[in-house]
Design a protein around this ligand. Structure first.
Ligand code: SAH
Ligand code: SF4
Ligand code: F3S
Length: 481
């Protein structure tokens, strides 16, 4: 295959798994001469890596395809070709329908097939009709992709450890778009992480649709859970921070919980979606846990690691959700108290059991009113959490330059965005920062100077979780999805 230089633009929607996948697609296409481009304009190949989780997310794809058609035509007028591909969860769910709606699309391929990209590209370039690949191949893409971490990933990187889902929550498309649960071997994960760390990565986020359902083969031939994997990763010299997302309450086992108390690199922040505070709705959602099960898990986590903060996902307006059910959700939020959280209006997804539950469907207005109430409460909790950090010293991993000259951006242990005036040499480092300003969604701070680092470290360690007032109200953030 020709290896002349070509420009590749990948637009990513949805969850972190898609962000990770986009990176791997670029890796697979690099040997074919494709180099990352910043924009679609002029690109030789554009891949939309899509999300099907809610209606709004999937519809975005078609409007983007409309815009791309014009750019494809412009290129064609200049005698050049722009290959347009749709990847990810909409590709998996809608397959041929995409090409029927948008015939200018050259390739449609699902999340489990992108190790076959070179072959798909060859076929598309030959131009013998569109290429559609929505298989769930027997071989795992992870065994066939080039090893990750060979190229520098930056200070904070994702490592996919688990994919797919066997839980079948009644509202969710993921078991259909991503397929059955699969765990990578621990040896593969450890090797990739070591390579990343050797290339400057200091923080990893272990990824999976059900990351704590991880049950990969360990080098000792036994099955390892996520807790075991994390303990082993923590032995890697130079790896300062470990996170994982997204976990399911049912898979929060005692080993993983105790790892939070024992592994200092494991960050004191867990995204633990609950969806609803009503047992009746949780049952209808097939979540397989009650609201009190969830409260108990949160208590255990906080016993294991005092100061641990939480975030979550909530769905309001699930079919049949009464005012009482909704009040139970608000109660759960008040009891748990979150540092941040995402909340969504229920969106009926084709092919899922809940989409067929006609009874008790809520109007858009009712859903909107409930969403606003949940978001108000969550935003108030987030503000209070942020405000509680004012004056404390937090360890910040600077991973980017800020908008203003001389400014760096990073993340606190609790995933808050933090900006501070700091020299470039601190990029990629975990640095003590005194929090001097707080806003609804970010923190501002001052780097604690080397002379005072000793005292700062002590203060950092002594910093207790901020007190959060119970009578809270207010707002929300929208996921990229
Ligand atoms: N694997 C994760 C989350 C997957 S999707 C988990 O088990 O929790 C991310 C979030 O999108 C979900 O937690 C849920 O809150 C939301 N979501 C999923 N399907 C939805 C739907 N049909 N309507 C509205 N929100 C949905
Ligand atoms: Fe979807 Fe439920 Fe699986 Fe999460 S656990 S991916 S919400 S089916
Ligand atoms: Fe992720 Fe959206 Fe698929 S949330 S798993 S990209 S449906």
């Amino acid at each position: 295959m020709a290896t002349s230089r070509k420009k590749l633009f990948i637009k990513t929607y949805g969850c972190q798994m898609n962000v990770y996948d986009s990176g791997r697609m670029a890796d697979v296409l690099a040997p074919l001469g494709y180099e990352p481009a910043e924009e679609a304009e002029g690109a030789d190949m554009v891949i939309l890596n899509t999300c099907h989780i809610r209606e709004k997310a999937s519809e975005k794809v078609y409007s983007e395809l409309g815009r791309l058609r014009l750019q494809q035509q412009e290129k064609a007028a200049a005698g050049e070709r722009m290959i347009i591909a749709v990847a990810g969860c909409v590709a998996q769910a809608e397959g041929a329908e995409i090409m029927a709606r948008a015939p200018h699309v050259d390739m449609v391929f699902g999340p489990q097939t992108y190790h076959q990209l070179p072959e798909m590209v060859t076929r598309a370039v030959r131009g013998a009709g569109g290429v559609i690949n929505t298989d769930f191949p027997v071989e795992s893409k992870f065994d066939l992709l080039p090893g990750e971490g060979a190229t520098p990933q930056g200070p904070s990187a994702f490592v996919s450890v688990q994919e797919g889902c066997d839980k079948f929550c009644t509202f969710c498309v993921v078991p259909y778009t991503r397929g059955a649960e699969y765990s990578r071997s621990a040896a593969q994960i450890l090797e990739e992480t070591r390579r990343m760390v050797a290339n400057g990565t200091v923080e990893i986020t272990l990824l999976g649709q059900n990351v704590n359902a991880y049950h990969g083969e360990g080098p000792d031939g036994r099955t390892w859970g996520l807790g075991r994997l994390i303990r082993e990763l923590a032995e890697i010299d130079g790896l300062r921070r470990i996170r994982y997302t997204t976990s399911h309450p049912r898979d929060m086992d005692d080993d993983l919980i105790s790892a939070h108390g024992q592994v200092p690199q494991l960050m004191p922040f867990v995204h633990l979606p609950v969806q609803s505070g009503s047992d009746r709705i949780l049952a209808a959602m097939n979540r397989k846990h009650t609201a009190d099960d969830y409260r108990r898990i949160v208590d255990k986590l906080r016993d294991a690691r005092p100061g641990l903060a939480l975030s979550s996902d909530f769905i309001v307006g699930f079919p049949g959700e009464t005012a009482e059910d909704f009040a139970a959700t608000l109660r759960l939020i008040t009891d748990v108290t979150y540092a941040s959280a995402y909340s969504f209006k229920y969106s009926a997804r084709p092919g899922t059991p809940a989409a067929a539950m006609a009874e008790g469907r809520l109007t858009e207005d009712d859903k909107s009113a409930r969403l606003e109430a949940v978001q108000n409460l969550l935003a108030e909790q987030q503000r209070a959490f942020n405000a509680g950090l004012l004056g404390t010293v937090q360890e910040v991993l600077f991973d980017r330059r800020g908008k203003h000259a001389g400014q760096l951006l990073g993340r606190s242990p609790y995933m808050q965005a933090v900006h501070a005036t700091a020299p470039d040499r601190l990029l990629g480092q975990v640095v003590p920062v005194r929090v001097t300003a707080v806003s609804a969604s970010s923190l501002g701070g001052e780097v604690v100077t080397t002379e005072s680092v000793h005292g700062a470290a002590q203060q950092g360690a002594a910093a207790r979780p901020p007190f959060i007032s119970p009578d809270i109200k207010a707002n929300h953030q929208e996921m990229t999805a």
